[in-house]
Design a binder for this molecule. Sequence first.
Ligand SMILES: N[C@@H](CCC(=O)N[C@@H](CS)C(=O)NCC(=O)O)C(=O)O
Length: 218
Amino acid sequence: MAGGGAGMILYAVPHSLYCAKTRILLRAKGLEWQECSPAQDPAGFAAASPFGNLPALRHRDFGLSDSEAIAEYLDEVFPVPPMLPQTPEARARARERGRFHDTRLEPAVRALFPRVAKPDDAAAGTAMAAVSNRLAQLAALLAHPLPFGLGDCGFAPTFLWIDSLAQDCGLLPCWPDAVLRWRGVLEAEPAVAQELAAYRPHAAAWMAEKRALRAAPG
Ligand SMILES: N[C@@H](CCC(=O)N[C@@H](CS)C(=O)NCC(=O)O)C(=O)O
């Protein structure tokens, strides 16, 4: 099996962006994995993720959840290619970028998800302004250049959601030039391009499912 990964199970659901984030790391590492939904293996999922978080991983007899913890684990167990840079400062920057994604940008985007089934122009406007604010902060973080790695994996799926949600609510966020340039480089990474190609139809299916819940115009 190229690059290893024997006995690797990823607990995931198709539309989850954190699961897409973890698959980008698996792809970048050249690892193979089997995918399993929590419903297919509730006991295995509960053992790997006692607090119900997706993604979760089982590697042989070791279970773990949270995309960042999984990424750090995989980078230690399968060190080639490395997904963290060489120096302590650059490694800290990469982690800072990854945490910014998980704790700042993605939660701002997540606030728009309920608006697909239940449109609300004022709430969408407030949420999209918060996304623009986070994108401006990301532009500042990008002033620290880093090789593609662990801290970057969440951004491409989140950018995909920003596009879908913006199209849905008719409000565009403000994309700083530095973020747009970096997005182009990021999406040209083979692991990212492969995952986006696989993930895009699942995100679109989720959008269609939620849009179908909208009350018919009376
Ligand atoms: N910080 C977590 C966030 C993951 C997350 O929000 N996952 C969602 C699916 S995309 C989830 O598990 N939701 C169900 C739950 O938290 O109980 C990570 O990086 O794994």
